[in-house]
Design a protein around this ligand. Structure first.
Ligand code: NAD
Length: 367
């Protein structure tokens, strides 16, 4: 037995294909490094609906609450588009995020040198880029009340409310400061304190939390200026913390600086559990890619890098996460590419399984 438990939820479309490659890496850690995981696999999304009539059963939800980390592939697909909103595959994912209270969404934007040409920005602007955006995930304008579309006079009015409590800002700020302590001790907080009261409070609370982290260099920026700076010279940032709405936009913007959707991992973290590990869900940013599902074309790297994040943030195995990220870097530096990363002519793409094997080989070679 091991004290590291993982719930693996491959999901739909390319989810099971990319997750199979992560399973190879989990197995490698067991045999080559003696680092073992207690892995349970279950259903989420459309496949859970097919089997049980719900995108996430109560039993799976309960398991997710018990384990150290949940690793998810992707959910959804055209087959489920006409289902009632309450049982759509995405509801399974939303339920996990909500009931686990995953308030801090970590979205790295990292540019592997071998892929710098993929960016729409100049190579020297993105080469070596390694930043982390922490987005508040469970509050703000996507959840605030009142909301809705109401009649006012002779027209309709659409209403959403940006609302943040001090404790909601405090906890996500603390996550970001902790992260900054593990990285380069530099944190930039983004809001719109110039035009929004919630932004004024955000800035005050983040500044207050900062007093507990005197080693971290804290700066503040208006989110619109932040968007400009991210495209002008992204390497000026290390960790960025921002609210749900701005984080939604800025994390997508930052991610695309680095190229393909098949490369982007994410983590969503909640409060610490009794054993000190945070509630955690790791998943690639991409969806179920129905256009290539079942063809062995999917790039498994986003899911593999999501597992690297689990090693670092759930299991305190930062050196092993570095090892895995270096193996991915080596594979890319050797010119190995899945179809989504092909630019040069004359390069034959690797299949999903071949890419997974290449990463395992690089891990082995790096010992
Ligand atoms: P998508 O991310 O699935 O695909 C967008 C494009 O990127 C497609 O051309 C796809 O082939 C490509 N792509 C994505 N991941 C790739 C990978 N690993 N390797 C190579 N190419 C990859 O987004 P979409 O097409 O808008 O959505 C498809 C389905 O996925 C929908 O049902 C949507 O609701 C769902 N979705 C799920 C999640 C999730 O599970 N977190 C996120 C986004 C979309």
């Amino acid at each position: 037995m091991t004290d590291r438990s993982l719930l693996v939820l491959p999901g739909d479309g390319i989810g099971p294909e990319v997750m199979a490659e992560v399973r190879k890496i989990i197995d490698w850690y067991g045999t080559a490094r003696g680092i073992t995981f207690d892995v349970t696999e279950d259903l989420v999304g459309g496949c859970a609906y097919d089997a049980h009539g719900t995108p996430l059963t109560d039993a799976t939800m309960a398991k997710a609450q018990e384990v150290d980390a949940v690793l998810l592939g992707a959910v959804g697909g055209p087959k489920y588009d006409k289902l009632d909103f309450s049982v759509k595959p995405e509801r399974g994912l939303l339920r996990l995020r909500k009931e686990m209270d995953l308030f801090a969404n970590l979205r790295p934007a990292q540019c592997f040198d071998a892929l710098a040409d993929f960016s729409s920005l100049k190579k020297d602007v993105v080469a070596g880029l390694d930043i982390m955006i922490v987005r508040e995930l469970t509050s703000g304008v996507y959840f605030g009340e009142p909301r809705g579309i109401i009649e006012e006079g002779n027209e309709r009015v659409g209403i959403n409310t940006q609302r943040y409590t001090e404790s909601e800002i405090d906890r996500v700020a603390r996550s970001a400061f902790e992260l900054a302590m593990k990285r380069n001790k530099k944190l930039c907080s983004m809001e719109k304190a110039n035009v929004m009261e919630s932004g004024v409070l955000w800035r005050e609370v983040v500044t207050e939390v900062g007093k507990d982290y005197p080693e971290v260099e804290l700066s503040h920026m208006y989110a619109d200026a932040g968007a400009m700076q991210l495209t002008r010279w992204p390497k000026q940032f290390d960790v960025i913390v921002t609210d749900n709405l701005f984080g939604d936009l800025l994390s997508d913007l930052a991610a695309m600086l680095t190229g393909s959707l098949g490369m982007l991992p994410s983590a969503s973290l909640g409060a610490p559990m009794a054993n000190g590990r945070p509630k955690a869900l790791y998943e690639p940013v991409h969806g179920s890619a129905p256009d290539i599902a079942g063809q062995g074309k999917a790039n498994p790297i986003a899911c593999i890098l999501s597992f690297a994040m689990a090693l670092r943030y759930s299991f305190d195995l930062g050196d092993e996460a570095d090892r895995l990220e270096k193996a991915v870097e080596k594979v890319l530096a050797d010119g190995k590419r899945t179809a989504d990363l092909l630019g040069e002519e004359g390069v034959t793409p690797l299949s999903t399984a071949e890419m997974g094997d290449a990463v395992v080989e690089a891990l082995q070679a790096g010992l």
